[in-house]
Design a protein around this ligand. Sequence first.
Ligand code: HEM
Length: 182
Amino acid sequence: MKGIVFTEFLEFVEDQMGPDMVDAIIDDCDLSTGGAYTAVGTYPFSELRDLLLALVARSGADPAVLLRGFGGKLCATFTSGYGQYFAAAGSLFDFLGSIDDHIHVEVRKLYPDAELPSIRVAARTDDQMQLDYRSERGLEALAEGLIQATSDFYREPVSVSMAKMSGPTGDFVRFTIDRQAA
Ligand code: HEM
């Protein structure tokens, strides 16, 4: 997993719970880097999972709530660092529909070793979109936080629900995104 996810995660923990919590969870985990990640490096995903579990153990917070909050932070990082994608898409549904075929494709060109999920549009009308998330990493709560924060960015309010599905190609999570009156 790319280092930017680690550096942003530790910054998220610091913002929410302070620098002592960052030091404590780094101490709790057996990390290859000792907790010193660089944004362009690549590190085992297991280290992010361990840091999250350590944070859950110390804070008592729900891991899904933490990941959703982290998704909000990551979205803010993407809107400032990769604003061209948000400008090019122009609207929430067009943006979400462009992740798999465009945004994550560009990410893969920049970082060939990135571990990206598949995010396919299953159905779309003016008022509703269904997005299927497939990943070995099970970070659907992170995806939910990213979707919600992207909706805030475009000022297009939505409600988001998730359902676990299984199909011939394996398990996935289906997001149903319903437009709400502004
Ligand atoms: C301009 C916007 C975006 C950029 C630049 C971007 C880029 C990235 C990068 C660099 C990673 C890390 C890959 C790795 O660690 O190896 C990642 C992972 C991920 N992205 Fe995106 N992303 C964007 C938008 C989104 C949105 C809106 C979603 C929401 C559906 C999303 C869902 C995810 C998830 C859930 C992961 C974690 C890996 C996994 O679940 O398997 N991304 N993305």
